[in-house]
Ligand binder design. Sequence first.
Ligand code: ZN
Length: 439
Amino acid sequence: MHPSLRIGAIAGVLVFGSAQAVETPAPSSAPKNIIYMIGDGMGPAYTTAYRYYQAGQAGSPVTPTVFDQLLVGLASTYPDDDTYVTDSAASATALASGVKSYNGAIGVDRRETPVEGVLAKARRAGWATGVVATSQINHATPAGFVAHVASRRMYDAIAQQYVNARIADNSMLDLMLGGGQKYFSRDPGGLAEQLAEQGYQQIWALEEMDKLTRLPAMGLVAEVGMPYALDSDAPHRLAQMTDKALSLLSEPEGGFFLMVEGSQIDWCGHGNDIACAMAEMHDFALAIERAKAFVDAHPETLLVITADHSTGGLTLGAEGTYAWKPEVVAQVHRSANALTDALMAGGAEALAQSWQAHVDFALSEEELAGLKQALGRGEKALQSAVLNVINRRSVTGWTTGGHTAVDVPVMAYGTGAEAFVGYQDNTEIPKRMMALMGW
Ligand SMILES: [Zn+2]
């Protein structure tokens, strides 16, 4: 048996086989909490790359990552159109509600009719609910779980629904942690004030996290998205927010549904920036470790992890070279965005020094000349030259700045995990959750 399935099976035995179960009416094998984690853009090449990145370099011992330990299957991600390639909105809608829709759709079907997702159903069942993301909290993936609008671009309408949507007289969300201050105005009468009136504890910086002590609570800790993990003073911010969410949501003891998104794996993928992507994967892996530890302590919990699609057409090995060099990736300490800014600020004369302030390998004469030339052509040319150096040295390939249609991994752990084994369409994931719950 796969190790990740054992908890579910043991829980089943306890429920049906032990004397302890006698005093209460036979409890079902349904989970009492659900933690649903989505690595945005985290196709299979990302979990593979992260394994070797953790190993350090080719030839070192390879150990299974938390993704490997919990892996149970694969999911297809195609949207309800003629493309096979989904965006985050259609995929979030599918992952939340089990309904396929068009690219751009947030919680609505192809006719723009709202579809109720698993978070709302949990709410209906009286569970506490929360969403955590490193993007703005009203970005496509979390929005697909909470809001119903025709287009992911309707950020203000989505934020409004976070504040005003009601399920049986209750607010939709007990907890939101992420970025997006821009969309929750603190002006008189604005959405932040409306939330305060509804009793939400509020913080506006990650360092204030300790001030959140009970539900309902919100922490909007960046204007829009949070800084990349690789550029951040708090590179483990998703793990930190996941910890806080688990401690607050588990307090009421009536069950909870938590959606956690590793939002920026995708953004790094769009940028074809492998060092940026690996830092996001690391934060996401740490967040998963926290969730897994929670399940170990509360085995009646179901943890499901997947991705909404893959991004960038990442390959390990490129242009005929039989190698991938994670040790090069680990030597890069800034995103290509930030590195480009630093090189621009330093100018052509200081380029080698500016580079070495953020990257542990020195540029060759040829690379230096190339970067200087690119700097003369402007920021965009420089960034592309920077990425070229990192991708060539690490033998990392990319085929697109967009998404791809490959299947994504599915990991599951805890009560009910066995329901997610094998191949499934992404719409099956919430359907199976709902089936487990009888929702
Ligand atoms: Zn996405």
